[in-house]
Design a protein around this ligand. Structure first.
Ligand code: 5RP
Length: 217
């Protein structure tokens, strides 16, 4: 599967051109995009969605500044844990979804890189990552369960922001955009891992047979 991740990651790097302001996602697939950019050394300025991406990109000689400094992005490339037919995404397997969503929202173009195992009919089987304030995580979990989650599991590790990370398990999600709004309305949910397809320009999908295809709206 790493060959497929590498193929998708390298394919997406071609969308980055000199002069661009670039958002760098987090995970093992976009890792290959960042390495490809490090090898090519385009004239770009980047912002990173996690401390580990910041470390990787700077170690490869890319210029990385914070989001407030860069202000606006031409393009962001990131991975995903699930992609449905409308390009709705589950993200946050690596716990970086809050920063990833901020950076995606700063971008004119949001490009996703996945291997084919991430394609699903409906979001849900992976679980829905949540970043939660460490004040009343049990109260927040109960509110999430009231929306239909069968369980909410707390991860051992915290986010880069110091908050609690959880995974909510819903039955197949019929309306991700509606659930996203409901989760956002729960006090104490810092951010959830549902990204509406309307944010996404294209999804680069690599197969285990070596194929690379793109999905757009
Ligand atoms: C991190 C993410 C990642 O993009 C997502 O987990 C995909 O990672 P990978 O490419 O390693 O499968 O959302 O928070």
């Amino acid at each position: 599967m790493d060959d497929a991740k590498r193929a998708a990651g390298i394919h997406a790097a071609r969308y980055v051109e000199n002069g661009m302001r670039v958002g760098l996602g987090t995970g093992s697939t976009v890792h290959h995009t960042i390495v490809a950019l490090g090898e090519r050394q385009p004239d770009i300025t980047c912002t990173a969605t996690s401390l580990r991406t910041h470390e990787l990109a700077t170690s490869l000689g890319l210029i990385v500044v914070d989001p407030d400094t860069i202000g606006h992005l031409d393009i962001t490339i990131d991975g995903a844990d699930e992609v449905d037919g409308d390009l709705n995404l589950t993200k946050g397997g690596g716990g970086a979804h809050t920063r990833e969503k901020i950076v995606a929202a700063m971008s004119d173009r949001f490009i996703i890189v996945v291997d084919e195992s991430k394609l699903v009919d409906r979001l849900g089987p992976f679980g829905t990552p949540l970043e939660v304030l460490d004040f009343a995580p049990g109260v927040v979990a109960a509110a999430v369960q009231a929306l239909g989650a069968t369980s909410v599991a707390v991860r051992a590790e915290r986010s880069d922001n110091g908050n609690v990370l959880c995974d909510a398990h819903f039955p197949p999600i019929e309306d991700p955009v509606a659930l996203a709004a409901q989760l956002s309305a729960i006090p104490g949910v810092v951010e959830h891992g549902i990204f509406p397809g309307s944010m996404v320009e294209r999804v680069v999908v690599a197969g285990t047979d070596g194929s690379v295809t793109e999905r757009t709206h």
